[in-house]
Design a protein around this ligand. Structure first.
Ligand code: FES
Length: 108
């Protein structure tokens, strides 16, 4: 017996590509979820934007390459995987990203 088909993909517009320049990150809040959008050399990534340390806003952090630093106490994350570089047991959820006509969509 085959598994139930996945629900239809829901892509939600969250920002314009012009709002997230290469080498920067930005926080967006979508349907109650706080998400950090990062632009690594033109490639966009979306991961949960709440630091697992004490809830810092990761989308307001400093992006160096693919490493995003929490603005509160400096925990760092790989924005391409969601992996904490401080706590190996901590990994943030990633969201698929699509870009069409200069608009960024997330699959929530
Ligand atoms: S809340 Fe992010 S490092 Fe403390």
């Amino acid at each position: 017996m085959r598994g139930a088909p996945r629900d239809a993909v829901v892509e939600v517009p969250v920002a314009r590509t012009a709002d997230v320049a290469p080498g920067t990150a930005r926080q967006v809040v979508v349907q109650g979820a706080v998400i950090a959008l990062s632009n690594v050399g033109g490639q966009l990534y979306a991961m949960d934007g709440v630091c697992v340390h004490r809830g810092g806003p990761l989308g307001e952090g400093d992006l160096q390459g693919k490493v995003l630093e929490c603005p509160l106490h400096g925990w760092t994350y790989d924005v391409t995987s969601g992996q904490s570089l401080v706590n190996p047991a901590a990994k943030l959820r990633m969201y698929p990203v699509a870009v069409r006509d200069g608009e960024i969509f997330l699959d929530l």
